[in-house]
Design a protein around this ligand. Structure first.
Ligand SMILES: NC(=O)C1=CN([C@@H]2O[C@H](COP(=O)(O)OP(=O)(O)OC[C@H]3O[C@@H](n4cnc5c(N)ncnc54)[C@H](O)[C@@H]3O)[C@@H](O)[C@H]2O)C=CC1
Ligand SMILES: CC(C)CC(=O)C(=O)O
Length: 364
């Protein structure tokens, strides 16, 4: 990969490599765009096969955060971190504290939170070194684990997508195939079960599947079979790039709506879904509940206020379907337009001088 060429093509601001020998920390912070404000995005810990794969993931996820934060109406830019390592065996206290010091060094350009492979306890360790971290323990006045709120947003977005596809946003009796039943999808399944939806689940972790079968009466299928289920809705809630040349022709659903980031392997797969008449709820819009929730910490966290804002995902998804129809484009592109137009408008309106302390002559 030619890194500078890639950064130039997609207009990235900064890529930071962090290394700490004692703790084994190898982290990559990608900051895509800070037009709207400091870059906020979670930290993913994953056993990447190659460094190149880790860099690509950090870059793709960071750009997704720019669009997610913009479409959610937040005054935040986009960034993301990946830590290379196995979250089950390679974590230690020094690692997250060393990482916290690297974040502090960015002086507020980047604020972190949880993502796949990291927990509230990890964020608490980062918080020992920096305030630029959200999703820490509620005891610190924070919002805690973002996953349940992300799930609530996905549930709202799924209802909006069902309205588009079926003319009703009730999920009662609908069959929903859920890929990955981890932190977000467990809570999503809970909401869906409460509304009497029928659940089909697949996960590489048998314990997670067993829990969904036991608690929500879900039916288990093999991970390779989740795409071809006779279902109404497919909810990808594991990792990215799962809508691709191999999987797309297997889909029998009318709706794709789930939590995973970067669901489309390439933009053309979003066009293909559109051509097939499948209603696709753009990933970074439907899964924005977590970031909306942690971003509320910047105002002094209020759970009710955050949930109210997360409910707005229903309207944002509906608006995106309207733009899609108005402009005759696929929904992923309609979402991109919404986000890009906001960033462009704000970039223009930010021209006037603002005193920020640096120009004050009292500092001499
Ligand atoms: N946690 C949050 O608040 C947010 C999460 N997301 C995204 O949602 C997705 C899920 O996040 P979490 O629930 O937090 O992660 P998680 O790690 O708790 O859950 C992911 C689940 O997917 C399973 N999985 C992995 N590969 C699989 C495969 N090939 N087939 C089936 N299952 C597989 C894992 O075993 C795990 O149970 C991720 O893409 C994440 O980036 C997006 C926004 C916020
Ligand atoms: C987990 C969120 C709080 C932030 C994030 O990284 C995301 O939405 O993907």
């Amino acid at each position: 990969m030619e890194i500078f060429k890639y950064m130039e093509t997609y207009d990235y601001e900064q890529l930071i490599f962090c290394q700490d020998k004692t703790s084994g920390l190898k982290a990559i912070i990608a900051i895509h765009d800070t037009t709207l404000g400091p870059a906020l995005g979670g930290t993913r810990m994953w056993n990447y096969a190659t460094e190149e794969e880790a860099i690509e993931d950090a870059l793709r996820l960071a750009k997704g955060m720019t669009y997610k934060n913009a479409a959610a109406g937040l005054n935040l830019g986009g960034g993301k971190t990946v830590i290379i390592g196995d979250p089950l065996t390679d974590k230690n206290e020094e690692m997250f504290r060393a990482f916290g010091r690297f974040i502090q060094g960015l002086n507020g350009r980047y604020i972190t939170a949880e993502d796949v492979g990291t927990t509230v306890a990890d964020m608490d360790l980062i918080h020992e070194e920096t305030n630029y971290v959200t999703g820490i323990s509620p005891a610190f006045g924070s919002s805690g684990n973002p996953s349940p709120v992300t799930a609530y947003g996905v549930y709202m977005g799924m209802k909006a997508a069902a309205m588009e596809a079926y003319g009703s946003d009730s999920l009662e009796g609908k069959t929903i195939a859920v890929q990955g039943v981890g932190n977000v999808a467990y809570k999503l399944c809970d909401f869906l079960h409460q509304e009497s939806a029928k659940l089909i689940v697949a996960d590489i972790n048998q314990a997670s599947v067993d829990r969904a079968v036991k608690e929500f009466g879900a039916t288990q299928v093999d991970v390779s079979e989740i795409y071809s289920q006779e279902a109404d809705i497919f909810a990808p809630c594991a990792l990215g790039a799962i809508i691709n040349d191999d999987t797309i022709s297997q889909l029998k659903v009318k709706v794709v709506a789930g939590a995973a980031n970067n669901q489309l392997k390439e933009p053309r797969h979003g066009d293909k879904l559109h051509e097939m008449g499948i209603v696709y709820a753009p990933d970074y819009v439907i899964n924005s509940g977590g970031v909306i929730n942690v971003a509320d910490e910047l105002n002094g966290y209020n759970h009710e206020r955050a949930l109210k804002r997360v409910e707005g995902i229903y309207d944002t998804i509906t608006r995106i379907f309207e733009i899609s129809k108005r402009d005759g484009v696929a929904s992923y592109m309609a979402a991109d337009r919404l986000a890009e137009e906001r960033i462009a408008r704000m970039a223009k309106s930010r021209r006037q001088f603002l005193q920020n302390g640096k120009h004050s002559l009292t500092n001499r």
